[in-house]
Design a protein around this ligand. Structure first.
Ligand code: OGA
Ligand code: NI
Length: 324
C-alpha cells in the first residue's frame, strides 16, 4: 500500500490541470445514486449496487447499520487530533512510509490538505506508532469503526459478486479475505479564500478495490461522469462507496473506477474519512476468469498488486498521464 496522492504534483497528476480547472465551471445536475440498505429485498439491493458500480463507480449508502453515535465519535476524535498543536501531531508524523501524519498544503494549488494515514486491518500489519495517543479515545473508537467497515465492505462486495453471478465471497477472496488491507486516511482541508482554484484532492481514481468514505457536513467531493464534474450532495449519516482500480480490473472494466476529486471551501473546514480496502500486496489481481471468455477477452494484465502500485506511481512521475 502506498500513498498515491503523495505523488500527484501539478505536473504529474491525472488528468491535466487544465482539464480539471475547465471542469470547475460545469455544475452537473445528475445525482450520484443513493442506495437504502434497509430494504429487505436482497435481489433489489444486488441490482442497485451493481447498476451504480457499472454506471457511476460511486454511490452513497444509507441505513447501513453503522451506529450514528460511532460515526460522530470518529469525527470528534479526528477533529481533536488535528486541533492539537503542530508538535503534538508530529509525534505520529510520517517517517519514510506512507503511514502517519503529514502537513501538505504549504505550496502549490493542488492537494490542499493535511492528513493522517494508517492501517486498520489485518491486525498483523497495524503500526500503532502512527495511531494518535491523543485524544485518548482515538484507538478505541477507530477499532470499533474498523469492525463496522469490514462488515459493510464484505456485505457490499458480496452483493457485487452475486450480481455478476459469482459466489458471494468471490471479490472478498480475490483481495485476500481476512488478509485484505484496510487503511484509514483522515483528510483535513482548511478553508481557503481561493477555493475556486485550490483543489483539496487532485483528480484520481483509488488504487485499491473499494473505499468507504465518511465526509463531514461540508460538501466538496466531486465525481467525473459524462465529461462533467458532478457534486456529491451531502446526506446526513450516509457513507460514500467508491469503486477503485482493482474492482474495475477484476470485472474486466464492467465496474467503473470513478475519477473523483475534492474541492476546498471558502469558509468552512472540510474533513473526510475514507477507508481504503485493497488486496494484500503480494496478491495477483486481474480480470476474473469467470468474467472473461472468447466473447470478452481480458482487457487488463494480471499483476501483483504491489507491482500495480509501482507502475501507477512511476507512470505519474514520468508524466505519462493515464487515460481515463
Ligand atoms: C481520497 C479521496 C476525497 C475527499 O482520499 O482518496 O478521494 O472527499 N478523498 O476527501
Ligand atoms: Ni480517492
Amino acid at each position: 500500500m502506498e500513498d498515491e496522492r503523495d505523488h500527484d504534483t501539478i505536473s504529474s497528476s491525472p488528468p491535466s490541470l487544465s482539464k480539471q480547472l475547465a471542469g470547475t465551471t460545469l455544475g452537473g445536475s445528475a445525482d450520484v445514486p443513493v442506495v437504502d440498505l434497509s430494504v429487505s429485498d436482497e435481489d433489489f439491493l444486488v441490482h442497485e449496487v451493481v447498476k451504480a458500480s457499472e454506471e457511476w463507480g460511486i454511490f452513497q449508502v444509507v441505513n447501513h447499520g453503522i451506529p450514528e453515535e460511532l460515526m460522530h465519535q470518529l469525527q470528534v476524535v479526528g477533529k481533536q487530533f488535528f486541533d492539537l498543536p503542530e508538535a503534538e501531531k508530529e509525534i505520529v508524523a510520517k517517517d519514510g512510509d506512507f503511514e502517519g501524519y503529514k502537513r501538505k498544503y504549504l505550496g502549490g494549488i493542488n492537494n490542499w490538505d493535511q492528513h493522517l494515514f494508517h492501517r486498520l486491518s489485518p491486525p498483523s500489519i497495524i503500526n500503532y506508532k502512527y495511531w494518535p495517543k491523543n485524544p485518548p479515545q482515538y484507538r478505541e473508537v477507530t477499532e470499533e469503526y474498523t469492525k463496522h467497515m469490514k462488515r459493510l465492505t464484505e456485505k457490499i462486495l458480496g452483493w457485487l459478486s452475486e450480481g455478476l453471478g459469482l459466489p458471494r465471497e468471490a471479490f472478498t477472496q480475490s483481495i485476500g479475505g481476512e488478509t485484505a488491507e484496510y487503511v484509514l486516511r483522515v483528510n483535513f482541508y482548511p478553508p481557503t479564500q481561493d477555493s475556486e482554484l485550490v483543489i483539496g484532492a487532485a483528480a484520481h481514481s483509488d488504487m485499491g478495490a473499494i473505499a468507504l468514505l465518511l465526509p463531514n457536513e461540508v460538501p466538496g467531493l466531486q465525481a467525473f461522469k459524462d465529461e462533467q464534474w458532478l457534486d456529491l450532495n451531502y446526506i446526513n449519516s450516509a457513507v460514500v462507496v467508491i469503486i477503485g482500480d482493482q474492482l474495475m480490473r477484476m470485472t474486466n472494466g464492467r465496474f467503473k473506477n470513478v475519477l473523483h476529486r475534492a474541492k476546498t471551501d471558502k469558509e468552512r473546514l472540510r474533513i473526510s474519512w475514507p477507508v481504503f480496502v485493497a488486496p494484500r500486496a503480494d496478491m495477483s489481481v486481474g480480470p476474473l476468469p469467470e468474467l472473461t471468455g472468447d466473447e470478452n477477452p481480458p482487457k487488463f494484465e494480471t499483476l501483483i498488486y504491489n507491482d500495480y502500485i509501482d507502475q501507477k506511481i512511476n507512470g505519474w512521475a514520468l508524466e505519462d498521464l493515464p487515460v481515463y
